[in-house]
Design a protein. Structure first.
Length: 579
């Protein structure tokens, strides 16, 4: 019987197995490390991509409209519109993990612009993505991020910012999608008029320098707002125009809107009444009629008198003056000082339709106002120039134009007789448009005298600003309504220029449907409401515009002064030096 003896395993074989096991372990460890490294690289790469190109899912504006719009500056380099990187907060409703009702309440607590019902609606909608806030501050982003909800996402996107809020809103306009097209475009104002220039990739970074002066714009808006509230007007407009270059220094339309946030803005607020609304501007047309009479030779002597002793009957129509006006024969200065409809109508009757309508055409009244904005209204022009039409349009009834039309006509009357297109772009020295001659230098000089007299002795006295030698004309006309006139509403306008011995600027203020007050004795005419606005704007901005007040200077009125013997208070003004 044999005995089995166990043989020992060779040491070499045991070592080989051990090495094999270690090698396998090393391979597995390397594979694991590679997988971990790949995961880290994937995460880091994703973060980098999001940092460079990322945005919330569904944020179509990034992919569709990546062009950064150029800045818009005032004439002194003050930013009025610019593009910045802004934080947005959005949500992917399908990715929300928490209780939506509770989350909606917490969001409403952090962002009280909307209530919890509004946020709950966004959290439960079927869309893949929706915004919760497009203008979030970094602090707000941190607070919402702390909620820990993975369905809420954050991104930085280009945002159009209007740092002056509502200032010059109708000049600047706003941007947004058009209809069903999500592409962001300029929708109004300069943003629309200069869309191509603002978004041209070859001019990225180039700003547009406007003619607007933010300081003057602010003063105009402030004074208009004050008057609009005081007289409970429906709307108000204001303009400051450089008479030598056609530059618009200020343009205001009330009610106004905030282009940073258009939600809830009414169509009335979006409307630029300076260029989009036409009005019968009443007696402000009378100086234009006088200029026509002088230019055409219809009137050769300022002393010539016209019968204003009684209302003037023309067919079935009767033209009359206001109560209290002198019922006597009036010379040319007196006709404007007393703002006589009757005397003006008689002058227009002698001018005739051909010459008067030709002057209105030369002043630009026959077409849309000349300016870069796309929002411009055409005039309401008489279909038939009969005798009555000629007489009534002479004092601003039966013809409707925009306030910009009127301001440009006054610039023409006082700047030496040259009509120029108006512009919202800053004009370099010596680069003003050539324009066209409408009036002679002599006619323009005479109109400066006559307009100054209105502010010294007539309805424009409350529009005078001490030391600035203001000349202008008031106009109060019944507001058009349903094809006729609303006898309970009027449009009150005062348009003036200063300084009248060397005109630099035209200033216009208009109130739509103002009411009388205790302070005005119930009067709601332009002499009581619009004229003071212009006077205060000139007093506040004259020095800013480079015109220093000087109470020792005055327009030379020596040849007209003897004709004012019957005008109350018509004494020679202080000074007399023509400069």
């Amino acid at each position: 019987m044999s005995t089995l003896v166990a043989r020992p395993v060779p040491a070499r074989r045991s070592n080989d197995q051990r090495h094999a096991l270690v090698a396998v372990a090393h391979v597995r460890l390397m594979m694991l490390m590679l997988l971990i490294a790949a995961g880290f690289l994937l995460v880091i790469g994703r973060i980098a991509l999001l940092g460079l190109f990322g945005g919330p899912a569904g944020a179509a504006t990034l992919a569709i409209n990546p062009v950064v719009r150029g800045d818009i500056l005032d004439r002194n380099g003050q930013p009025l519109a610019r593009t910045i990187e802004a934080w947005t907060i959005g949500v992917r409703p399908g990715d929300v993990l928490g209780d939506r009702q509770e989350l909606a309440g917490r969001l409403a607590g952090l962002m009280p612009e909307h209530d919890s019902a509004w946020y709950l609606d966004r959290l439960t909608m079927k869309a893949k993505f929706t915004y919760l806030d497009k203008h979030a501050s970094p602090a707000m982003v941190n607070q919402v991020h702390a909620l820990g909800e993975p369905g809420i996402v954050f991104a930085r996107e280009p945002e159009r910012l209007y740092p002056q809020s509502t200032m010059a809103a109708h000049v600047l306009g706003y941007i947004g999608p058009t209809g069903t097209d999500p592409k962001i475009l300029g929708r109004a104002g300069v943003e629309r008029a200069f869309e191509q220039r603002l978004t041209d990739p070859t001019r990225r970074g180039d700003a547009i320098d406007l003619s607007i002066d933010a300081r003057v714009q602010g003063a105009m808006e402030s004074e208009l707002s004050r008057a609009m509230v005081m007289f409970q007007a429906r709307a108000a407009t204001g303009l400051v125009l450089d008479v030598r270059t056609g530059e618009v220094i200020a343009m205001a339309s009330l009610p106004v809107y905030n282009p940073n946030k258009l939600t809830g803005t009414t169509s009335d607020a979006l409307r630029n009444n300076v260029t989009q609304s036409v009005y019968e501007l009443g007696s402000t047309f009378k100086p234009i009629t006088m200029a026509t009479a002088i230019q055409t030779g219809t009137i050769t002597s300022m002393a010539r008198r016209f019968d204003a002793t009684a209302p003037l009957k023309v067919g079935s129509y009767t033209i009359h003056d206001e109560r209290g006006d002198p019922k006597r024969w009036l010379n040319i200065p007196e006709t404007l000082i007393y703002s006589s409809n009757v005397a003006t109508a008689r002058i227009a009757d002698e001018i005739g339709k051909d010459k008067l309508s030709a002057m209105f055409t030369a002043m630009g009244f026959g077409e849309r106002p000349s300016i870069e904005l796309r929002e411009r209204a055409g005039p309401i022009w008489p279909r038939y120039w009969g005798r009555t039409t000629v007489m009534t349009t002479a004092y601003g009834h039966g013809i409707a134009v925009t306030p910009l039309h009127l301001a440009n006509a006054y610039a023409t009357m006082v700047n030496g007789g040259i009509w120029r297109p108006t512009t919202l772009l800053k004009v370099a020295p010596g680069q003003a448009a050539a324009g066209r001659r409408v009036l002679s230098e002599q006619t323009s000089a005479r109109m400066r005298q006559l307009l100054r007299l209105v502010c010294l002795y007539g309805t424009g006295r409350k529009g005078d600003a001490p030391g600035y030698r203001v000349g202008g004309k008031t106009g109060t006309a019944e507001a058009a309504s349903n094809g006729g006139y609303d006898h309970h509403r009027n449009v009150a306008t005062f348009v003036a220029a200063f300084p009248m011995d060397a005109p630099r600027y035209v200033v216009l203020a208009m109130l739509d449907s103002p009411l009388g007050t205790k302070e005005t004795g119930g009067w709601k005419t332009a002499a009581w409401n619009a004229a003071p606005v212009v006077g205060r704007v000139i007093a506040r901005t004259g020095a800013i515009l480079g015109v220093m007040p000087d109470t020792r200077r005055e327009v030379n009125l020596a040849d007209l002064q003897p004709m004012l013997s019957l005008v109350a208070g018509a004494k020679p003004p202080t000074g007399g030096e023509e400069q």
